[in-house]
Design a binder for this molecule. Structure first.
Ligand SMILES: CN1c2c(nc(N)[nH]c2=O)NC[C@@H]1CNc1ccc(C(=O)N[C@@H](CCC(=O)N[C@@H](CCC(=O)N[C@@H](CCC(=O)O)C(=O)O)C(=O)O)C(=O)O)cc1
Ligand SMILES: N[C@@H](CCS)C(=O)O
Ligand SMILES: [Zn+2]
Length: 771
């Protein structure tokens, strides 16, 4: 390759737009208010704005440092469209209709499955690959973007999910024989990638970035030897393609470990290393050393996963260390910046000391550019900036609230007994007072968040309505939801969570040590976004957070009402968390705040309390070697939060958005009285896994896949309950949906819950259990 590698680059950039322009455009298109040309024009405008902004922040206009990472929905979906790996049920669809049908389904066709992208809160669609899947270069969207950039005077670097990761994340298509695994199709897929690379080169790309995060992960169903072999074959083939841009293979989210020598030996020109989660290699054999020396390294020293300003001196040290492996070092982010919000400068309400510690995507781009200058010209060339950044970091670290003596004293005082409730058998007896029937029915917490509810909250935030009016509106909503559940005949009721903008942000707004942003949106999946809160200091609870809403709900009915909390692991997973102390220490502070909340809920008479931990699996480290330590603090934090509950209080937990096989022992060790868990799509598989782990507490395997508005019939629900009842004693079985109903509408919610209550009654009767 003759074209020089850029000295600074970012692996990817947020695509939703600083004002969530993409969300609004896509949702308008879905609503029929914008046509395809209008949506394409909005997308092109965003891409153009991104390129200009990145240059303004210090990246090069024509040196391939700008990534093309735009997506209407998801990068995995884009890659599978590019190679034509579309399941047969979508035949007849094309263009944007096809793209959104894959992501969301249609009236007749189920969408692709959605799952977590590595250990992040971003979700990708799961390709379905079988022995007969046809691969062809079917979508040239990235090629057109490169040409679009060229026409505007930019030489950009197209980014694609690499072939090994694409296949490793795929699931076996329906009907594929047992024993088939998608990675077996690698040799058929590579010629299509080669064609795509040629088209990118023809469109003017000097470099292409192929993302292979699967190389850092032990969480895929392919062993490391196979992964190394697939990687070697893939990059031998693509590297030998006759016409192609220079190839950068990036390995974000961790450490490629034994796959690094494979990449070093491949005929590619550059390797991207995550030097925040991963490390520079300690030992390399002579061949790998020589291979690496002949390549450029994109050294990911600026963290793409958090919002903290980089320690620039430490980053420069790492860049210099990287220089021992290669003469050509580019300063890079560790991952795409898609996981962080656009621009901290848009936040007007943050404490100045905190602002000094923060870097969102735009500030991180500027850090990358600055470090590249420091690397090229020497530290003295950027001495002023280094001093200012270090001073801001130091001031932030010393700010009030970062270390609070009383909070620290309390965590030091925690003893083993604080996390241990009386044995389950005693709790069962103590909880009979709840008077529940066998196969009790319940929901997971949220009811549909209607536009009216969101509008009421937006009006409050804009100062257009009073706190009293907002409270009254929420009480009205809670009463409506309670009456609805009574009419439907559910057994354990919820208040519906109308007052929560988000299940984490709501708590962050009420805990000391956190702050929330006005504009810090990050894509979660499709057009859905979250505004992760920022946990910057020691955490404590100045006042009860949920008690009044739950007390009010309980006062409206004779049925038991479940208090509803988000657990410590999930609160950390979906926030940006301080990185100056171990996560386990921070989790214990959050747990103690929740423990106090549980005591207050009990004091107002709540006998059932759910502590949601949907992110328990998500935070599981990608490397096996780090898992035990994680599970210890994660389970410990949950048990500390719930360990003070009385024996008569029924503690529930809820898990979703993942397959829990890998953490099933930890789910058991949470020691919740009842665990509701996503199970509908996998037809109750998790029940077997829990039984195999010796789990003998209550379990509510979800029977309604709430990701789709489809209403399952009572017969279908009976079928799932019968499956579950065959595997666990009916005395332990609960009946509930897979997850909360906040993204659903009332029409399907009412219809499905009616069927769910009916199905529970039918199964009780079949099993001759009295209600
Ligand atoms: C359970 N999940 C969650 C995850 N992470 C979280 N942090 N929270 C979760 O619940 N991860 C895994 C899953 C799946 N993820 C999601 C993520 C996001 C949504 C979702 O529905 N997002 C909404 C925004 C939700 C929110 O914050 N609402 C606020 C603000 C609403 C808003 O945009 N207001 C408008 C004005 C409204 C008006 O005037 O009408 C504005 O500010 O412009 C609120 O309700 O107050 C989304 O729209 O993307 C679901 C599942
Ligand atoms: N209680 C929450 C859990 C979502 S994972 C809800 O019902 O939305
Ligand atoms: Zn859930």
């Amino acid at each position: 390759m003759s074209v020089a590698f850029p000295g600074a680059l970012v692996l990817g950039y947020p695509r939703i737009g600083p004002n969530r322009e993409l969300k609004r455009a896509v949702e308008s298109y879905w609503a029929g208010q914008l046509d395809a040309d209008g949506l394409e024009a909005a997308a092109a405008e965003l891409r153009a704005a991104t390129r200009s902004r990145l240059v303004e922040l210090g990246l090069g206009r024509e040196d391939s440092s700008l990534p093309e990472t735009f997506s209407f929905s998801d990068q995995v979906l884009d890659a599978l469209l590019a190679v034509g790996a579309v399941p047969g049920r979508f035949a007849g669809l094309a263009g944007l209709d096809l793209l959104f049908a894959l992501a969301r389904g249609t009236a007749d066709v189920a969408p692709l499955e959605l799952t977590k992208w590595f250990d992040t809160n971003y979700h990708h669609l799961v390709p379905e690959i079988g022995p007969d899947t046809d691969f062809s270069f079917a979508d040239d969207r990235r090629v057109r973007e490169v040409a679009e950039a060229r026409a505007a005077g930019f030489v950009t670097r197209p980014v694609l999910v690499g072939p090994v990761t694409l296949l490793a994340l795929a699931k076996r298509a329906d009907g594929a024989p047992d024993g088939f695994v998608p990675i077996q199709r690698l040799d058929d897929l590579l010629p299509v990638y080669a064609e795509l690379l040629a088209a990118l080169a023809d469109a003017g790309a000097d470099w292409v970035q192929l993302d292979e995060p699967v190389l850092v992960s032990d969480a895929v169903a392919i062993d490391r030897a196979e992964l190394r072999d697939a990687t070697a074959r893939a990059y031998e083939t693509l590297g030998s393609a006759p016409r192609r841009p220079g190839i950068l293979v990036a390995t974000p989210y961790g450490d490629p470990r034994d796959a690094l020598p494979v990449l070093a030996a491949a005929p590619i020109e550059a390797i991207g290393l995550d030097l925040v989660r991963g490390r520079l290699p300690e030992h390399l054999d002579a061949a790998a050393e020589e291979g690496l020396a002949g390549k450029a390294i994109a050294a990911g020293v600026v963290d793409g996963r958090n919002v903290w300003r980089a320690d620039l001196d430490a980053a420069l040290d790492r860049l210099e260390q990287a220089g021992r492996f290669s003469g050509e070092i580019a300063v890079s982010t560790s991952t795409s910046l898609q996981h962080v919000p656009h621009d901290v400068a848009r936040e007007n309400a943050l404490e100045p000391a905190l602002v000094g510690r923060l870097a969102f995507a735009d500030q991180k781009v500027a850090e990358v550019a600055l470090l590249a200058r420091g690397l090229a010209e020497g530290r003295e060339a950027i001495a002023t900036e280094l001093t200012a950044a270090a001073a801001d970091r130091a001031a932030g670290a010393a700010a009030d609230g970062v270390r609070v003596a009383a909070v620290r004293a309390r965590t030091v005082g925690i003893g083993e007994s604080d996390s241990r409730r009386v044995p389950y058998s005693e709790r069962l007896v103590a909880q009979t007072g709840l008077g529940l029937p066998p196969l009790p029915t319940t929901t997971i917490g949220s009811f549909p968040q209607t536009p009216e509810v969101r509008r009421a909250r937006a009006a409050l935030a804009r100062g257009e309505s009073s706190a009293e009016a907002y409270d009254a509106r929420m009480r009205e909503e809670i009463e409506r939801v309670i009456r609805l559940q009574e009419q439907l005949g559910l057994d354990v009721l919820v208040h519906g969570e109308p007052e929560r903008n988000d299940m984490v942000q709501y708590f962050a707004e009420r805990l000391d040590g956190f702050t929330v942003t006005e504009h810090g949106w990050v894509q979660s999946y499709g057009s859905r976004c979250t505004r992760p809160s920022i946990l910057w200091g020691d955490v404590s609870r100045p006042a009860p957070m949920t008690v009044e809403w739950s007390r009010y709900a309980a006062s409206l009915t004779d049925k038991p009402v479940k208090g509803m909390l988000t657990g410590p692991v999930t609160i950390l997973a979906w926030s940006f968390v301080r990185d100056d102390q171990p996560l386990g220490d921070t989790a214990r502070q959050v747990a103690l705040a929740l423990r106090d909340e549980i005591a207050d809920l009990e004091a107002v008479g709540l006998g059932v309390i759910q502590v949601d931990e949907p992110a328990l699996r998500e935070l599981l480290p990608l490397e096996h070697a780090r898992r035990e330590a994680y599970l210890e603090w994660a389970v410990g934090a949950f048990r500390l939060a719930t360990g003070g509950a009385a024996a008569s209080t029924q503690v529930h937990t809820h898990l979703c958005y993942s397959e829990f096989g890998a953490v099933i022992d930890a789910v058991r060790d949470l020691d919740a009285d009842v665990t509701s868990i996503e199970a509908a799509r996998s037809r109750m598989e998790v029940v077997d896994e829990l039984a195999a782990a010796g789990f003998d507490h209550g379990i509510g395997p979800g029977v309604w896949d709430i990701h789709s508005p489809r209403v399952p019939s009572s017969d279908e629900l009976v079928g799932l309950l019968e499956l579950a009842a065959r595997r666990i004693e009916p005395g332990r079985l609960w009946v509930n949906p897979d997850c909360g109903l906040k993204t659903r509408g009332y029409e399907e919610t009412v219809a499905t819950l009616r069927n769910l209550v009916d199905a529970a009654a039918r199964v009780r009767a079949e099993l001759a259990l009295g209600a």
